[in-house]
Design a protein around this ligand. Sequence first.
Ligand code: FAD
Length: 406
Amino acid sequence: MIHPVAVIGAGPYGLSTAAHLRARGIPVRVFGEPMVSWRDHMPEGMLLKSTPAASNIDAPQPGHTLGDYCAAAGIPRLVTDEDIIPVETFIAYGEWFRQKLVPELEQVRVVSVDRGSGPDAAGSGGFDIKLDSGESFTARAVVVATGLSGLAHLPPELAGAAADGPTPSGPVSHSSQHHDLRRFSGKELIVVGAGQSALETAALAAEAGAQVRVVSRGKGAVDFGAPPWDQPKLRPESPFGRAWSLWALSYYPQPYRHLPAEARHYLVRRVLGPLGAWWLRDRFEGKVGVREVERIVSAAATDGQPVLTVRTHGGRVEELTADHVMAATGYRVDIAAMDFLGHELRAGLAASRGTPRLGAGYCSSLPGLYFTGLPAASSYGPVMRFVCGTEFASPRLARHLAAAHG
Ligand SMILES: Cc1cc2nc3c(=O)[nH]c(=O)nc-3n(C[C@H](O)[C@H](O)[C@H](O)COP(=O)(O)OP(=O)(O)OC[C@H]3O[C@@H](n4cnc5c(N)ncnc54)[C@H](O)[C@@H]3O)c2cc1C
């Protein structure tokens, strides 16, 4: 019997990988809620930071770019670096891509993945997969494309005010738990962080009628990028702006996995690090307060209200209060948090600081188990944190999988 490949995830990476595998004639079953991170875990009214050229979900055949979607949907084409993409348009693009190229998507959760017992077509045991529909089956290979799911990061210093974990109705939440920011209308909100997500969420909440302060670590941490017309002309163009480093990391991620671990982890964190989009500055400045501190010492809740204890740059300790604190503190890859992967699989994976160590073709140390998107960033570089990384990842992963398990 020919077992299918299981692709877990129906965001940009899962859909793109599935399209490439299908184009090679490989039987594939694809699981997940299409574009759910974008629909439920990002704020309504958000605009993408990436430019149209850097927001294509890679397909094996032409005709499936964001521009192609706009033309098909009869909406103004998003083409130049000055065109800004509303999140709703990007979600609709993902849905259109799915209907055209991954029509068989199954909207169920994968509950567990374990090493298989019976021999598969490639002579190994494959993987035993259980779904929340109650079905079980054997897959010859598995592609983990679960993106941001389950990886929201709450810094330990904020955990004191979130004894049962962050929740939107408690004193502290994570930005991924919000979609509609109108709940903060008339309230005082502290947003912790200085990245695009923090700054855009703060601006949107202020526009929804909240009184918002951004609390960030370091001096001058809140900053915005240069508009396209002010980018340095003598440096090469990349999807993220003009710079040699961005150009190399965007178009040549192949050698990245051979760098020393220290350098790989540093670059994933620092390159394309916190910086607001150029178009956000006018919506942010004068509307959102900024409090730069040396560090947040701790957080507590008094009568359900959060109290942040901070250490200022002058060395004083102060308390900041609000109706709610939202941590816009990003996502951290941690294999331990991917609890749908069986214990034996997780324990057997070669890992580096909680992230899977991937070889050629995005294959992990366990033959047949592949990771793409965010969990691949420590092996293939920061471009894997963004949609445009599908252009590099998906064809290579599909080629490797076809050769090893096709
Ligand atoms: C606020 C914010 C703004 C962003 N803006 C941009 C931007 O402008 N441009 C850009 O390029 N990137 C942006 N990103 C990054 C972007 O989210 C990722 O690049 C992209 O979503 C990753 O796609 P993915 O397919 O890997 O995962 P996701 O889009 O997170 O999709 C994960 C999929 O996995 C499925 N899944 C998870 N667990 C299971 C399971 N057990 N069983 C079955 N299915 C499962 C989910 O249902 C979902 O379909 C932004 C991120 C955030 C948080």
